[in-house]
Write a protein that binds this ligand. Sequence first.
Ligand SMILES: Cc1ncc(COP(=O)(O)O)c(C=O)c1O
Length: 452
Amino acid sequence: MPDKKPPTPLPPLPNWAPDWQKQGQQHVWLPYAQMQNTSPPLAAQSAVGARIKLHNGEELIDGVSSWWTAAHGYNHPHINQAITDQMADFSHLMLGGFASEPAYRLATRLSEKLPGDLNHVFFTESGSVSVEVALKMAIQFFQNQGQGQKNKIISFMGGYHGDTLGTMAICDPEEGMHSMFDGVLPEQFVLPVPTDEEHQAAFKTFLNDHADSCAAIVIEPLVQGAGGFKAHSPAVLQFLRDCADEHDLMLIFDEIMTGFGRLGRYANNEDNGGDTDSLFVCGQTGVVPDIITLSKALTGGTLPLAATIATGRIFEGFMSEEPGKELMHGPTFMGNALSCAAANASLDLFEQEDRLGQVDHIAAQLDTHLSALSDLPHIADVRVMGALGVIEVDEMRALNDLKARFVEQGVWIRPFGNVIYVMPPMIISDDDLGYLLDVFVRTVTDWTAGKI
Ligand SMILES: Cc1ncc(COP(=O)(O)O)c(C=O)c1O
């Protein structure tokens, strides 16, 4: 065998880094990272509840929920037990041929929990792929009806729907790496969110001109997450619902971040049929899409799983005696039995424990603590939406130092773009939440004063 090349120089690891990290650093390619200078990740030892223990024995209180997934905290015994029990039977069997109880029960329960006629569940393994499937469902639905010209997608500035080529094309053009992949991505219509009369008029004009070539409108309802946690009102969703109905477009809600109670009752609208117990924006606002995508907290952040759930109208649009009308998608690990068992256990916890009450409580604490920051220099906006608190700054600087300062004080906060945000596991104790928010406020205050 030819000699291996000498290792590429990478940023130094802390002296407490374990051997496996020292050896593996050359081989693990990190997400969204300039590998030449990105701060190396912290070697983790274990995680329980809202705390992550590092290899040097220190503990961090988690303010990110592992990219917004760990609703019930880490290492929850009920989810662990469900995975262990399922493993004793089998971990995975191909869904194209074998029905597994966890997948079938989960599809039934998700359908029961979602509003309206969202009853047909297609499983995948990641959020991006669940959005790809939603787009394919909408486009192929119209193709199957002989309307193949309806194949473009309308999405919104500030939106984020994933990193695959199809989803990148419907992300915000600047944030979403459009320029990097110019000429490769399919051309879609990425428009401003129609938040006011002027934009709504422009949106209607756009539809009058282009809806005939479009299959769907896709939006992260109420809060656009990775694009900077920008919020809009439930009225915007109702406006989009009305437009979609008028022009026969599929309305797709990407609830990968907002779903499973993260926003709590922040935008409940009982007058519109909203349900105060719903775990989803569509349920709380009473604005029901034709397709919804879910992932992240679906398994309580334990195992990869995503779902694309469509209405009966869409499902029936694929029924045919003719070949080529079936939905052409089928990931190898779709409906993985362990992931589905974890998701069922996560749903048990949402049913048995008062997660929405916990979100209300976290929201109140966020309001109290973060309001102190709104008058400070360089703070453009402070907003709290359920168990999500966001500080938007006029311009981000000293990002790595800011991250490091949080860690030094024993909390895990990961600012990006021009936002510093906190999204803790819903089960976080009062003491941990108090500490997390004290550190958050103190550190942001220091940052605004140029001390970081
Ligand atoms: C709203 C939304 N859609 C899609 C995705 C992509 O999900 P995944 O990273 O699982 O592919 C994300 C991930 O952050 C998201 O927030």
